[in-house]
Design a protein around this ligand. Sequence first.
Ligand code: CTP
Ligand code: ZN
Length: 154
Amino acid sequence: MNEAPPRQLLVSPIKNGTVIDHITAGEALNVLKILGITGTTSERLSIATNVVSRDMRRKDIVKIENRELMTEEVDRIALIAPRATINIIREYRVVEKKGVEIPSVLIGVVRCPNPGCISNTDEPIESRFEVVEKGLRCYYCDNLITRDIARHII
Ligand code: CTP
Ligand code: ZN
């Protein structure tokens, strides 16, 4: 007899905080990296990877308790998770839900692959990339990052 497996709750609902849902499968850790959240920061995190989703085959989910992420910081993840939805949770209820938009400029997010770029010297200059059709273009040296953006995240 073929019985469907019981629906399992991988990670519990949270009381307050941010749920980043519909992350491209496999990108959850890169999402955290872009947000600057590491194992040594104090947020309580739940991460689920490769869960089956209704509208996508697989997805990742990240839950960050007691922190409401701002649009500007969250939009950066659109580079690697364009279908992500950001849910703000208060008292267990979703009070806000929005998608992510790829920002037009990225400052201090990716490192320029050109070692001679001024953003890689001792000068206190943060990396700056413009998002163009072909990828990311360095504002200082015109270097173009066309793929594997996650590998260049600072
Ligand atoms: N969630 C949570 N804690 C809560 C409420 C919701 O962790 N107290 C999570 C849900 O598990 C889900 C996401 O927040 O991953 C969005 O919740 P909800 O809008 O209720 O789910 P869906 O309707 O499935 O969302 P969507 O329509 O965006 O797929
Ligand atoms: Zn450069």
